[in-house]
Design a protein around this ligand. Structure first.
Ligand code: ZN
Length: 409
């Protein structure tokens, strides 16, 4: 999990062991991103000496995380060079996205290549159902259980940062009899060395933005996903710009209208009750005469289809639809504005189903932000963009987080 608690640890720790494991992690990730690659090229990329890189590489070779390949250059002398690659046979990681009454389980090798995946619907998911699904997928892919290095559970809600127990989610009611200690229950079903972790969608979305940007976006960056719920995370950089940190921010439950609708969290008028896509569908059906089909279940296919219909109505300049979207943009901007001021945000990336509304919606949002909401700092310099994220990218980010965690153990 990436949390503020961990930011402190990363900033102030000076233990040799931690420096070594951070550098090993860095080298491994660079090899995966640039393979095949030589030791010299690696040292240029990470600003470590060739001898330090060689030591770290030797360690990774010994543990079989990576392998050497020999390439013969096409030059007249045919010089040979030894290059490094990640050993994709070394192991795999399972990601499990917990959705309303269903879950998606996907298995990746350590090169981030998807091996196999499935979606289990209409289930009261507990540790048994998840463990059985993972074991079944491993069997189908002919992978022995001991190649499973880790499981990363992705929870659409709030998790206790110390114990990892599930605290709250918009998508689970009492009847769902959610196992609050899912991580511990699942750990009982797998060998002791399987690394089992849980993160909220917000953490992973921030981490995925961080990976996608590769230090390019202006930081701090607020990454916010809006679909049946709101998940957000922030990417910050240290004062010397050498380190970047990601952590979830709970902005969906900021109260924006205390006379508003009761939210599942117990408060009235949370931003989420006004801004989730379900609320948008309801408003468009009532106020713009649309006939959008939608489901309360997180990750339902019909909700994506309905968003696409709204995008078409916007393209066709449907006035009633535009007016509902303008009202929506106003509430969204008020939430964005307070976060921008709180954390000196310089770029905002909006993903999730809402990003499918496209350029017309982005223009409405930008106009609203610049006309009615003036942040106290960098007033005109906040970049806003829509980001149609691929769920595959989110799962890959979750896999990298799990591998990074295994390196840090
Ligand atoms: Zn709430």
């Amino acid at each position: 999990m990436i949390q503020i608690r961990n930011v402190k640890q990363q900033e102030y720790s000076t233990s040799q062991q931690e420096i070594k494991s951070n550098n090993t992690k860095l080298i491994f990730n660079l090899i995966r991103d640039h393979m095949p690659i030589s030791r010299v090229e690696l040292s240029k990329l990470c600003s470590l000496s060739v001898s330090s890189v060689s030591n770290l590489v030797d360690d990774l070779l010994k543990k079989q995380w990576i392998i050497e390949t020999e390439l013969v250059a096409a030059s007249p002398r045919g010089r040979k060079s030894i290059l490094l690659e990640v050993n994709n046979k070394f192991g795999c990681v399972a990601t499990v996205e917990l959705l309303g009454r269903s879950f998606i389980c996907t298995i990746y090798d350590i090169c981030l290549k998807k091996i196999i995946g499935t979606r289990i619907r209409n289930t009261d998911y507990g540790a048994n159902a998840i463990a059985e699904t993972i074991r079944g997928l491993l069997r189908s892919a002919k992978l022995p259980l001991n190649t499973l290095m880790g499981i990363h559970l992705i929870f659409p809600g709030v998790v206790d940062s110390v114990s990892g127990s599930l605290l709250f989610s918009q998508f689970f009611s009492v009847e769902d009899s959610l196992d609050r200690h899912l991580v511990i229950s699942l750990a009982r079903q797998f060998p002791q060395n399987t690394h089992i972790m849980i993160s909220t969608n917000g953490s992973i979305i921030a981490f995925q933005s961080f990976l996608a940007n590769k230090w390019a976006a202006r930081l701090p960056l607020l990454s916010i996903n809006i679909d049946e719920a709101i998940f957000a995370g922030v990417v910050l950089s240290s004062n010397d710009n050498k380190k970047n940190f990601c952590f979830p921010v709970e902005i969906g439950h900021s109260v924006v209208d205390y006379h508003g609708k009761l939210c599942r969290c117990g408060n009235h008028g949370c931003a989420e009750t006004l801004l989730n896509t379900l609320s948008l569908f309801r408003n468009l059906n009532e106020k713009a005469g649309m006939d959008l089909e939608y489901s309360e279940h997180f990750g339902s296919d019909c909700n994506v289809e309905s968003i696409k219909k709204i995008a078409l109505a916007l393209e066709a300049e449907n006035k009633k639809v535009i007016s509902v979207l303008e009202e929506y943009a106003h509430i969204l901007c008020s939430v964005l504005r307070s976060t921008v001021d709180l954390l000196s945000i310089r770029s905002i990336r909006i993903g999730g189903d809402i990003a499918l509304l496209g350029e017309k919606f982005l223009t409405t949002l930008k106009n609203c932000f610049s006309t009615y909401f003036h942040p106290l700092n960098n007033a005109d310099q906040v970049q806003i963009e829509l980001y149609v994220s691929d769920y595959e990218d989110v799962r890959k980010a979750a896999t990298i987080m799990c591998l990074d965690d295994i390196f840090s153990k």
